[in-house]
Write a protein that binds this ligand. Structure first.
Ligand code: CMX
Length: 136
């Protein structure tokens, strides 16, 4: 069902203050910056091998990422697994009784379709399923 780790989401207070560490000190290529209005975040994608690091900056105080940072400080926020067929993956998880945040896919950054499993069902790790626009 899962094909690889698409990205790891990291909550940050400021993209401008965080990007230099990943891009310049760790030497990752910045793949793009985009606002995802629906999620109230601005995201920067940095490439590491076949996976990405997704830096998440909240764009409003009621963003889920703002709430996370308030509670935990900046740090790892979620892990996103790539799936070839997100409807099939969601149907399986629902049939298995997992508590979903999204029962239907919604739009993520860079044309992806995403759905989150609630951390109460995934043992404390916010888990995202992600279907990329052009799956190979
Ligand atoms: N990882 C692990 N646990 C988390 C978590 C996270 N990122 N965020 C919240 N939790 C836990 C909390 O610690 C809390 O646990 P306890 O009850 O044991 O204290 C519980 O989940 C409820 O948390 P809360 O602070 O009360 O927050 P909410 O219930 O309001 O929201 C969540 C939590 C996960 C449902 C919400 O953040 C959500 O819907 N997230 C999915 C959307 C999202 O994160 N979007 C940003 C990324 C967008 C992108 O990648 O494009």
């Amino acid at each position: 069902m899962l094909t690889k780790i698409n990205h790891i989401g990291i909550a940050v207070k400021s993209l401008d203050e965080t990007i230099p560490f990943y891009r310049d000190n760790l030497g990752m290529a910045l793949a793009g910056i985009e606002e995802v209005a629906e999620q109230k975040v601005r995201v920067a994608m940095l490439r590491v091998g076949e996976s990405l690091i997704e830096l998440l900056e909240p764009t409003s105080e009621d963003s889920p990422v703002a709430k996370f940072i308030e509670k935990n400080g900046a740090g790892i926020h979620h892990i996103a697994y790539e799936v070839a067929d997100i409807e099939a993956a969601l149907a399986k998880l629902c049939a298995d009784g997992a508590r979903m945040i999204d029962e239907k896919p919604r739009n993520g950054a860079h044309g992806t379709r995403i759905a989150f499993v609630h951390p109460k069902s995934s043992h404390g790790v916010l888990t995202e399923l992600c279907q990329v626009a052009h799956h190979h």
